[in-house]
Design a protein around this ligand. Sequence first.
Ligand SMILES: O=C(O)CCC(=O)/C=C/C=C(\O)C(=O)O
Ligand SMILES: [Fe+2]
Length: 318
Amino acid sequence: MPVALCAMSHSPLMGRNDPDQEVIDAVDAAFDHARRFIADFAPDLIVIFAPDHYNGVFYDLLPPFCIGAAAQSVGDYGTEAGPLDVDRDAAHTITREVLDSGIDAAFSERMHVDHGFAQALQLLVGSITAVPTVPIFINSVAEPLGPISRVRLLGEAVGRAANKLGRRVLFVGSGGLSHDPPIPQFTTSPEQVRERLIDGRNPSDAEREVRERRVIAAGRDFAAGTATIQPLNPHWDQHLLEILASGELEQIDTWTNDWFVEQAGHSSHEVRTWIAAYAALHANGPYQVTSSFYREIPEWIAGFGITTALTRSSNHMK
Ligand SMILES: O=C(O)CCC(=O)/C=C/C=C(\O)C(=O)O
Ligand SMILES: [Fe+2]
């Protein structure tokens, strides 16, 4: 069966701290294109790789990867709250293949997910329940992180499982390219913040509001050139996009986690979701990137990309 991919940046600042209309129009056009690509492909299952930002997964038990057989969106930053339409059987099949491949992913019958999953599903297919989904959490925020090669291997195992499902599977990767938004680091946080990073589920509306305002203010300062956060790195972003388009994903195995941060900021680890999605596609055969959008958008603290891809055999089977 054919498989396809859409990898996209997300940003909680979209609609909250917007750039010039010309930039918004360009992003909207790129999302329109991605939506048409997905509608043409007509997936009957979405496997989405996304991170969490201390809304669903905490330091009380922090796996590198977790596959959800049921999942609940927390509804942060105005995203849709409530249950995703998770395909439990597909989640079990994928988990078995991943574990059989020697990748020790966690498994959840009640995964909590945030805008990393919900914003992508809403933007690409309209809602968190529009298409049956298997959500796969990839820790991209809470250090320490394992080597990037494990992410590629996870993606390959998921891709092999998808191949066995006999379904029209769309792989989605959700997360930024270079960016360094103000997400607390455990080692440098005061005790009170550490406590919420360990066990901060179900914050009050007021607590959530304070956190969200802090990120919005950082976006304003960053766009005004007065923030102390790390600059975007369009050269690094383009280099990564070229490697992903080439299909030579092993090249990325040599990149250290420190180098990701040095070059592209702490949240550049979110490209783990893209690498997993591309590896899943690659496990189904040689592929072709069919569209690639990129802009630096300081207002959203994002090197912002959207790409679509198809395996070459899927192209003939459309
Ligand atoms: O306040 C916190 O603990 C988390 C802040 C937060 O959720 C920021 C998210 C930013 C992104 O998702 C992003 O730029 O990719
Ligand atoms: Fe993020």
